[in-house]
Write a protein that binds this ligand. Structure first.
Ligand code: PHE
Ligand code: ZN
Length: 881
């Protein structure tokens, strides 16, 4: 196997650059295949750096056509242009000097979607993490902050719109059919936040007045004709701007804020200063084509990128090891925003479901790494759910440990102290330690130790003494490169519920620090005694998922049902229902495997149906309560030697049992939860649709025939209802004429809308069972499929591998071999995309032996590929280690 690079980069090797970059002046002469870039860079030698140290710049796939020092050509003997670096020697010892570099690049041929590329005839850049070096030679690292001026020249007719970061300086025609525009960004920024967009696009415009009275022009650019689908994004943007002022005291700092939606993008979106670039999936929405989940995602991602203006841009990362400094914190901020805009409990449930489904498996498998890693080979592979979602959980725990007021003080100090700097996690944590006077050394292990802590708990009630004794023990499992772990500071929110559902009035606690309802677990083993408890209480542990842990706490079904019924913390109620369901689902998988009948406890059915029928609970919560743990959740609970077919079969039978017992309730809900009037994506309406569709799905289990879903499909007047009905038909009756008919209708109706066709691909790629692979293969030949568009590839190949446990994990291994071939193919065009989809195999070691053997062989097939990218070889090697 050959790879691009193999070098491992270590955090401990960090040192600042030898030269300080003062200013950047860029001129782009745009051309689809021959774009010329002139970069004028003003540097000076950092104090104390030896006078003969050379300037070393990063580069990638560049053709250099000129190199000047203070406008004089540099002699060939004084520089070396290697594949990834440009080294210039004999530079001034102290005085500032100007380096002028001219490069030529080919945007049309750039399929990696890093650097400058073309998407639907639009020029677009993506520079995070290391894309700027594909535009010009540069000190391409986040601790090099400079002020940029950008001149863009292009053909006026085909490319009327010329955008870059900062404020618009001016522009004009040039007489030769070309025109130019100049932009100036006064805020020093690292190169990864640079952006340029040029093309012919439509726009939605608005304005926002900041708290201090600055008027900001807001513009969202989309393909012509799609403007009406950008109004929700604009609304979300304005709400984000107000919220950041109110909640974090952060105002916007330029005259203009722009968002551009493009259809070819590797990630969700990018926070370039003043010019965010978005995957159009997270901008475009209307009732006919977007689901409630799409609306919620748009709101969250618009907010996320906007919030980066302070957490990421004004204060950025010293090096890429600190990625969670901006990402974990910004995810926490967007989570809080959505919680304030919608239902806090329902939002928290969705977050925890996502965390457990994505981050917990990563933390338990070969790709596990600390939130703040200390080494990497390919930084692109560290935009992970651990850095993002666990990083957010760690930020949330700081708020839990300190309390809201001190957390706010710490954030204020962080903004004040580090504005304009590139800093580290230690700098961030120090702000909270300082304002709270708490030692956060042990807490910081959350950044440094990988693996999900396991907390084991048991309780004993002493009626005579009126005490409850809680014994806690924590264990952090070994992860790659970290065989033994120190005990962590785990903040556990708790409640003690009495028989009548009220909370026990505890008179004293010994054995642990308590702050409010937060118990601080800091030792490997800790025994905590609660006094003044007049009758046996039920302990509700880890309320609100205050710590991202696995909990081993043997509670009786009756105690869990008690929590599900009485907890004042609604998240804990959902958690209790989940805890009631899991043992049933695990047992069901075992029964299915053994060919025995599946049994479902009455306590589970009763608790679920009680929640379903409880009109005091909001519909969105009830929908979450009724959604059983996923097949992946069950596999994680079983822990090893997994048989996806047995898990699937067992879960289906539990669903049927609940469906039959609850038929009347579900019928009633489908009537009650009809949403009348014009479509609105608000959280309350979305909740009613969610509950109604959940009830519908149970009814189809109970009836075991497609009629009701066909009616729902025909009656649907919005994409949420339509796609839910189609999913039920396709997943439950894949071979039926009804499913075929509905799929054909859907395709014909939306053939010209790629984002909706992605749903059509996804629904079919996730149909359970061994036949899925043939379907996916056939769909790849469909004219609507496009193997070079990331959204299409993710919708079909990605969801098959990530979200179709029975189809992908076929016992004959064909699913893995298919994926290996796809990865090798995608890797030739877009290494980042290939590496990302390959992580779908991260839990292969927890499969039963036959499947695990096939999976290992498929991974080995990938390593045998002729020329693997650094991205894919890094992932595959770690997975096989
Ligand atoms: N920084 C982006 C975000 O989280 C994600 C991203 C990373 C986008 C790398 C593109 C490339 O908001
Ligand atoms: Zn981000």
């Amino acid at each position: 196997m050959r790879t691009d690079t193999g070098e491992i980069i270590h955090l401990e090797d960090y040192r600042p650059t030898d030269f300080v970059l003062e200013r950047v002046d860029l001129t782009f002469e745009l051309d689809p295949t021959e774009t010329k870039v002139e970069a004028r860079l003003i540097f000076h030698r950092r104090e104390g750096v030896s006078a003969d140290a050379p300037l070393v710049l990063d580069g990638d796939e560049l053709t250099m056509t000129g190199l000047l020092l203070d406008q004089e050509e540099i002699a060939a003997a004084n520089y070396d242009a290697a594949e990834h670096t440009l080294t210039i020697r004999h530079l001034p010892a102290a005085a500032p000097f100007e380096i002028t570099i001219t490069t030529q690049i080919n945007p049309e041929a750039n399929t990696t979607l890093m650097g400058l590329y073309r998407t639907s005839n639009v020029y677009c850049t993506q520079c995070e993490a290391e894309g700027f070096r594909r535009i010009t030679y540069f000190p391409d690292r986040p601790d090099v902050l400079a002020v940029y001026t950008v001149n863009i020249i292009a053909d006026k007719a085909s490319t009327p719109l010329l955008l870059s970061n900062g404020n618009y300086l001016g522009g004009a025609g040039m007489g030769d059919g070309r025109h130019f525009a100049a932009w100036f960004d006064p805020h020093p920024k690292p190169s990864y936040l640079f952006a340029l967009v040029a093309g012919d696009l439509g726009v939605v415009e608005d304005t926002f007045t900041t708290l201090s009275g600055r008027e900001v022009a807001l513009k969202i650019y989309v393909e012509h004709g799609k403007e009406p689908r950008a109004t929700y994004a604009m609304d979300a943007l304005k709400r984000s701007m107000s919220w950041d002022e109110e909640r974090f005291g952060r105002e916007y700092d330029l005259d203009i804020f722009m968002i551009v939606a493009v259809s070819d993008f590797n990630m969700g979106a990018m926070e370039n200063k003043g010019l965010n670039v978005f995957n159009d999936k997270y901008v475009l929405a209307d009732p006919e084509t977007a689901t409630d989940a799409d609306y919620a995602n748009i709101e969250a991602i618009i907010a996320h990128e906007y919030f980066h203006n302070w957490t990421g841009n004004r204060i950025t990362c010293r090096d890429w090891f600190q990625l969670c400094l901006k990402e974990g914190l910004t995810v926490y901020r967007d989570h809080e925003f959505s919680a304030d805009q919608r239902s806090r409990t329902v939002k928290r449930i969705a977050e925890v479901r996502h965390l457990k489904a994505e981050q917990f498996p990563e933390d338990a498998g070969p790709l596990a790494h600390p939130v703040r890693p200390t080494k990497f080979r390919e930084i692109n592979n560290f935009y992970t759910t651990t850095v993002y979602e666990k990083g957010s959980e760690v930020t949330r725990m700081i708020a839990t440990v300190l309390g809201a007021d001190l957390f706010k003080k710490g954030m204020d100090l962080y903004f004040e102290r580090h504005d304009g700097q590139a800093v580290t996690i230690e700098d961030f944590v120090a702000c909270f330690a300082e304002v709270s006077k708490r030692d956060l050394t042990q807490f910081s292990l959350w950044y440094h130790q990988a693996g999900t802590p396991l907390v084991s708990a048991s309780t004993a009630y002493d009626a005579a003494r009126q005490t409850l004794t809680l014994s806690l023990e924590q264990m952090v499992p070994p992860t790659p490169g970290q065989s033994s772990k120190e005990p962590m500071h785990i903040p556990l929110r708790i409640g003690l519920l009495l028989e009548d559902g009220t909370e026990a009035q505890v008179t004293s606690v010994s054995g642990a620090e308590m702050t409010g309802d937060v118990l601080h677990l800091v030792e490997r083993k800790q025994t905590v005694v609660f006094a003044g408890i007049t009758s046996r209480p039920v302990l509700s542990l880890n309320r609100g998922f205050s710590a991202p842990i696995n909990l081993h706490f043997e509670q009786t079904p009756a105690d869990r049902a008690h929590i599900a019924r009485y907890e004042s913390d609604l998240f804990a109620r959902w958690q209790a229902l989940n805890d009631l369901a899991l043992p049933n689902l695990v047992a069901a998988a075992a029964s299915a495997k053994a060919g025995k009948p599946v049994h479902c406890d009455a306590s589970l059915i009763d608790a679920l149906l009680a929640a379903a029928a409880d009109g005091d609970l909001e519909p969105a919560f009830r929908a979450q309560a009724l959604s059983l743990p996923s097949e992946a959740d069950i596999a994680r609970e079983i822990g090893g030697n997994n048989d996806p077919d047995a898990i699937h079969a067992g879960r289906q039978q539990i669903m049927s049992a609940i469906a039959k017992a609850g038929q009347t309730i579900f019928e009633k809900l489908t009537d009650e939860m009809v949403v009348s009037g014009p479509f609105s994506p608000d959280a309350a309406s979305a909740g009613r649709r969610a509950l109604r569709n959940t009830a519908l799905s149970y009814l189809v289990y109970a009836e075991n025939q497609p009629a009701r879903a066909v009616d729902a499909f025909n009656a649907a007047n919005n994409m949420t209802d339509l796609s839910q009905a189609l999913t039920i038909l396709a997943h439950r009756f894949p071979e039926s004429a009804e499913a075929a008919q509905a799929l054909a209708t859907f395709k014909a109706r939306f053939a010209d809308n790629a984002l909706v066709i992605d749903k059509w691909f996804t629904i079919q790629a996730t149909i359970p069972g061994a036949a899925a692979l043939n379907r996916v293969t056939a769909l790849m030949a469909d004219p609507l499929f496009n193997g070079s568009n990331p959204n299409r590839v993710r919708a079909l190949v990605g969801t098959f591998a990530f979200s179709n446990p029975t189809g992908f994990n076929r016992a004959d291994g064909e699913g893995y071999r298919f994926l290996a071939r796809q990865i090798l193919d995608i890797d030739t065009r877009n290494p980042q995309l290939a590496a990302r989809i390959l992580t779908s195999m991260r839990s292969w070691r927890s499969l039963e032996d036959v499947r695990a053997g096939h999976a290992r062989n498929a991974l080995r097939d990938i390593t045998a590929g002729k020329k693997l990218s650094a991205d894919v070889s890094d992932i595959v090697e770690r997975m096989l280690k």
